[in-house]
Design a protein around this ligand. Structure first.
Ligand SMILES: C[S@@+](CC[C@H](N)C(=O)[O-])C[C@H]1O[C@@H](n2cnc3c(N)ncnc32)[C@H](O)[C@@H]1O
Length: 217
């Protein structure tokens, strides 16, 4: 699976994508991440490499322009099953089911907004869907892009060491959150691990875990 991320801050991703699961998935060639610097698609005659301008109709802040985004999208070679995503607080709120759906594509091209957002002609003409990662406003779409890459990568075959991890976790089943987990020591400051988990009785442990799974309201 290939992730193409379009951003004006390409350096932001380096640390997160070069560690742990995401690094291993790249080393194993399960995923490929390509970062496109939007400023490279600014007007060639503009010494400032501007990719934003003031909003029509007035108002605070700057808006990312449609033309550089159009150009960068044209420059990206499209795979057969590819989807273009714009991050926006106005988009559909991401849930685990969306990650399951999106993992089936060969390529996700993600546009990270900044400032006051993106010229709406991008949403109208250049993308397949608009995604929000929650009902709050972030400074840019880079964290949402990391959320998507992370959440999808761990669902791809061969990424997680233990396949059960992804089948027996929060949201794997509709409306259910995982049971509480504990590890050593059994007793810390008199805070005890529930005795049933130390009992070795698989059936009782399963019953306890089923009982303590939280239901989503
Ligand atoms: C400061 S925000 C723009 C907020 C916009 N003026 C509004 O009121 O909805 C800049 C960019 O951050 C990203 N962003 C902010 N909040 C987001 C969220 N909850 N989900 C996804 N992307 C978000 C989007 O790409 C957005 O274009």
């Amino acid at each position: 699976m290939q992730f193409n991320i379009i951003t004006i801050f390409p350096d932001i991703f380096e640390s997160y994508f070069s560690k742990a699961m995401i690094k291993r998935a790249q080393d194993k060639k399960i995923i490929k991440i390509k970062i496109a610097d939007l400023r490279k698609y600014a007007d060639k005659n503009d010494p400032h490499k501007s990719v934003d301008d003031t909003p029509y109709g007035g108002g605070a802040g700057m808006v990312l322009m449609v033309e550089p985004i159009y150009k960068v999208l044209k420059s990206i070679r499209r795979k057969k099953k590819s989807r273009v995503i714009l991050f926006s607080a106005r988009g559909k709120t991401l849930i685990q089911k969306d990650l399951q759906r999106l993992k089936k594509y060969d390529q996700l091209i993600m546009i990270c907004g900044r400032y006051e957002g993106v010229d709406n002609r991008v949403a109208e003409h250049l993308i397949d869907e608009e995604i929000s990662i929650g009902n709050y406003v972030l400074t840019g779409g880079e964290i949402p892009a990391m959320v998507l890459v992370d959440g999808i990568t761990r669902l791809l075959p061969g990424v997680l060491g233990n396949i059960e991890s992804a089948q027996d976790e929060s949201f794997a089943k509709e409306g259910e959150l995982e049971y509480p987990q504990y590890t050593k020591p059994e007793n810390f400051k008199s805070w005890q691990v529930p005795p049933v988990l130390l009992s070795g009785h698989h059936q009782e442990i399963k019953l306890w875990r089923d009982k303590h799974k939280r239901k989503i309201q």
